[in-house]
Design a protein around this ligand. Structure first.
Ligand SMILES: [Zn+2]
Ligand SMILES: [Zn+2]
Length: 118
């Protein structure tokens, strides 16, 4: 039985770098390495470019930076018109007056809190 080939680098492949266009050898050992890692594709770039990309940090997949800005808070809050139960002035409150409780304007509210000591 003859071995299939006498060439020393039987599995080597010469590929062209997609970045700089230089030819580089994708050796049999490298192909093995790639297979072990689960890479189904051949390298697109020469080792030099690969290293450069890795160093620059842009290596790998880029993530889709879709930031959903819902908004809602941060702006003006929904205010409800109300009449102060203390001074009778019209005011606005950040909650819907139910009628069950007296609603006070800011001034009266603060005054009430200040004087309401127990
Ligand atoms: Zn290159
Ligand atoms: Zn008031």
């Amino acid at each position: 039985m003859r071995s299939q080939s006498q060439a020393p680098n039987v599995g080597d492949k010469v590929l062209k770098c997609s970045d700089c266009g230089a030819e580089f050898v994708h050796s049999a050992a490298d192909q093995e390495f790639y297979r072990e890692r689960g890479f189904s594709n051949e390298p697109k770039r020469c080792p030099t470019c690969r290293r450069a990309r890795k160093a620059s940090g842009s290596y790998g997949e880029r993530r889709g930076g879709s930031s959903d800005s819902g908004g809602g808070f941060g702006g003006a809050r929904q205010m409800y018109p109300a009449t102060c139960a203390s001074c009778g002035r019209e005011t606005e409150v950040p909650f819907k007056p139910s009628g069950a409780r007296p609603v006070y304007c800011r001034e009266c509210f603060q005054r009430q809190r200040g004087s309401d000591r127990t």
